[in-house]
Design a protein around this ligand. Structure first.
Ligand code: SF4
Length: 358
């Protein structure tokens, strides 16, 4: 066993449902997917919340379910519309997997999410956390839903030094939490752990122990060690990529290109760009060779941080005498840019400038 929990720690963990359920029922934040619970809403919200804070996800969630109120609507939505709904949320593979899973649900489960943990786990984009969250919150099935918030809380409560970055440790925590699930209110219990981790036993800064319902049993608090937990692998340094980004405008239209099918932001639209910095004269020279006169101005620097990569971008506003043919580019109007083509938030700053140029 990697967790190596003492019998005392196990006893403490067993006290959690009794302490957390009443606290959760009084303190749970109001969220649209909690107000009108449905398996579909639970699924969409859990996928959105994987990399996004509740405050940021709420607007996206409401827009998403208004546009795609059922699983069948999600399965049938064109990719571009789906990406437009997801625009700005990042981690776009989540949206692609939602659609793939919706297609499977329509083919094999009558367009509904099954009340079956294993079947949920087999869907694209659904790991043990999401399957456990849907199974317990939507169907009251006795499965844990263990995310980073939960791992932080239980590591502190039990003073457990096992490295939560190791998949085997997470698995053992899932087993340990499965063994303490309450008979009634399993969905609320899972949510109470997540909520406590988000609001009280928070990730950044000191935990708010004096406001915590676990203060009398938490070993991390009692032994003043809470901030030593959880133990996790040090973050890998991000790779830095320098890019030149081109805001190309001609005849009231802007140029967009599409990223390749693999890798970062796969298949999404973007502003044309190339690696490294580019001198404005070189940009002018490039278009002169095509027989097009170009006015080039610097459009400022921007930075965007992905999980493993950081983009440091240098923008150039380029007004062209006329559009030019390039199989990798499309020319779109301001209206197309607003309503049709999703642009990743990495280009947020330049997008605004581009819209002002149109
Ligand atoms: S008492 Fe403090 S460290 Fe323990 S679970 Fe509560 S907030 Fe976290």
């Amino acid at each position: 066993m990697k967790l190596d929990l003492t019998s005392d720690a196990l006893k403490t963990l067993a006290a959690l449902p009794g302490l957390l359920l009443p606290w959760y029922r009084q303190n749970a934040r109001s969220m649209p997917w909690r107000e009108t619970p449905s398996p579909y809403y639970t699924w969409i919200s859990e996928i959105m919340l994987q990399q996004t804070r509740v405050e940021a996800a709420t607007g996206y969630f409401l827009r998403f379910i208004k546009a795609l109120p059922t699983i069948a609507d999600l399965a049938a939505t064109p990719d571009e519309e789906l990406m437009k709904l997801w625009e700005g949320l990042g981690y776009y593979s989540r949206a692609r997997n939602l659609k793939k899973a919706a297609e499977i649900l329509c083919r094999e489960y009558g367009g509904e999410l099954p009340a079956d943990y294993r079947a949920l786990l087999s869907l694209p984009g659904v790991g043990s956390y999401t399957a456990g969250a849907i199974a317990s919150i939507a169907f009251e099935l006795p499965y844990p839903a263990v995310d980073g918030n939960v791992l932080r809380v239980v590591s502190r409560v039990a003073e457990c030094r096992a490295n939560i970055s190791e998949p085997a440790v997470k698995k053992e925590w899932e087993q340990a939490i499965a063994s303490i699930l309450p008979q009634q209110g399993v969905g609320d219990f899972n949510q109470s752990l997540m909520e406590l981790g988000a609001l009280v036993c928070q990730p950044n800064g000191a935990p708010r122990c004096l406001a915590c319902p676990l203060v009398k049993v938490c070993k991390g608090f009692l032994n003043k060690t809470a901030e030593e937990f959880p133990v996790k692998a040090p973050k890998k340094e991000r790779r830095i990529e320098v890019l030149s980004v081109f805001l190309l405008v001609a005849d009231g239209k802007a140029a967009l290109s599409q990223r390749g099918e693999q890798g970062l932001l796969a298949g999404l639209w973007e502003l044309p760009n190339c690696p490294g910095k580019t001198a404005p004269d070189k940009i002018k020279g490039y278009f002169e060779k095509l027989g097009i006169s170009a006015a080039v101005e610097p459009a400022g620097s921007a930075k965007h941080i992905f999980t493993h990569v950081e983009w440091r971008m240098e923008g150039y506003a380029v007004r062209l005498e006329r559009p030019f043919d390039n199989p990798k580019l499309i020319w779109c109007t301001k209206n197309d840019l607003e309503s049709r083509y999703p642009l990743p938030s990495a280009f947020k700053k330049y997008r605004k400038l581009l819209e002002n140029m149109l």
